[in-house]
Design a protein around this ligand. Structure first.
Ligand SMILES: NC(=O)c1ccc[n+]([C@@H]2O[C@H](COP(=O)([O-])OP(=O)(O)OC[C@H]3O[C@@H](n4cnc5c(N)ncnc54)[C@H](O)[C@@H]3O)[C@@H](O)[C@H]2O)c1
Ligand SMILES: [Zn+2]
Ligand SMILES: [Zn+2]
Length: 361
């Protein structure tokens, strides 16, 4: 029997989000229904609400979640009812050209549920990143459920489902930060701070945090940044060069998603250095760079989709490191809130008051 639950819907471009009754079908073959326990508010949810991702309104928002599998459809063997899982938006297909070349972290045909969740009048919902977890329950492809140790609180574990994984992976997987590297992170929200944590874990010698908000810089220092630059008052390119012997950083991670911060990242790296773009731009944004500088500065300009993670490999590993006290995922949780508070949480994110607001159910 389809179930009716409460979920947070973005009805149209820039309209306030609303808690609505949504209809969850029984899981079909390869699908699972998950009872959501916690879901973090990521900037990408705000991008969806603003129409910055696509126009497929209404959206069921939320995609950074943990919960317990309630039921599974035919043929599901990897997870079972009662399993504690983090939801992922990279259920690898195993068959696309990336998977077949042994690079499943790029999978070009990731799985989502085939059936649609709807409003009671039958209107189909577009779940954010194929998840839709600001809801009491959601329907996903079973491969989107990654089983982890239930000893970790859901509001902490769920963060690995998007922003924290994206940031740590941007440093470790995409940027390939290594022992002794200098790293600069531009934009120290949840994703940027996770890049700081990842850089520290990888053994970076210097981690320079750049933001326009001193509160974010203070937090980045707690997370492991060795130096901070307020780019509202100081030229970040100059400052990063000064802090790196005049040369620039080996790896610069852009975690804002704007042309001006990408340009800063481009010029703040050393020759043959790496720029990692993890911030998500909107369709209107453009950037012009002298091609000679692109050539002459060498190195690598990379984008990081979901931190190039493999959920089955990376989520349990990071949960282990958290339990061993080698990273503190709990430090990302600024506040826990209810389903009805998501609009307020967007405002607080916009004001820079929070690293992560996490909806707890
Ligand atoms: N690539 C991925 O897989 C992936 C995954 C999750 C999120 N994201 C994206 O990462 C970005 C950051 O997400 P978040 O949840 O950390 O957002 P956030 O709003 O929590 O953080 C953004 C930070 O950037 C800072 N900032 C804004 N303008 C700046 C500027 N001009 N210079 C320097 N700092 C500036 C803000 O003060 C804030 O600290 C978003 O674009 C989000 O969509 C990407
Ligand atoms: Zn694939
Ligand atoms: Zn996200």
């Amino acid at each position: 029997m389809p179930q009716q639950v409460q979920g947070v819907v973005a009805p149209g471009r820039n309209e306030p989000v609303r808690v609505e009754t949504i209809v969850i079908p029984d899981p079909g073959p390869g699908e699972a229904v998950v009872k959501i326990q916690a879901c973090g508010v990521c900037h990408t949810d705000l991008h969806y609400k603003q129409g910055g991702i696509n126009d497929e309104f209404p959206f069921l928002l939320g995609h950074e979640a943990a919960g317990v599998v309630e039921s599974v459809g035919d043929g599901v063997t990897d997870v079972a009812p009662g399993d504690f899982v983090i939801l992922n938006w990279r259920a690898v297909c195993g068959q696309c050209r990336a998977c077949l070349r042994g690079r499943p972290w790029y999978c070009f045909a990731t799985h989502n549920a085939r059936q649609k969740m709807t409003l009671p009048d039958g209107t189909e919902l577009s779940p954010a990143l194929g998840i839709g977890a600001f809801a009491e329950k959601t329907l996903v492809a079973a491969g989107q459920c990654t089983k982890v140790d239930p000893a970790v609180a859901p509001e902490v574990a769920g963060l690995l489902g998007c922003g924290v994984m994206a940031g740590i992976g941007a440093a470790i997987n995409t940027g390939n930060v290594g022992r002794g590297d200098t790293v600069a992170v531009i934009g120290c929200g949840g994703v940027g701070d996770a890049a700081v944590v990842g850089s520290r874990l990888a053994g970076a010698a210097r981690i320079i945090a750049v933001d326009i908000d001193d509160r974010k810089l203070a937090k980045a220092t707690e997370m492991g940044a060795t130096h901070t630059v307020n780019s509202r008052t100081t030229d970040p390119v100059e400052a990063i060069r000064e802090l790196t012997g005049g040369f620039g950083a080996d790896v610069v991670i852009e975690a804002v998603g704007r042309p001006e911060t990408y340009e800063q990242a481009f010029y703040a790296r050393d020759l043959a250095g790496t720029v990692v773009l993890v911030g998500v731009p909107t369709p209107d944004m453009k950037l012009e760079l002298p091609l000679l500088d692109v050539f002459g500065r060498g190195g690598a300009l990379k984008s990081s989709w979901y931190g190039d993670c493999l959920p089955s490999r990376d989520f349990p590993m990071l949960i282990d490191l958290h339990q061993q006290g080698r990273i503190d995922l709990g430090a990302f949780v600024t506040e826990t809130i209810g389903l009805g508070d998501v609009e307020k949480a967007f405002a607080r994110m916009h004001e820079g008051d929070v690293l992560r607001s996490v909806v707890v159910l």
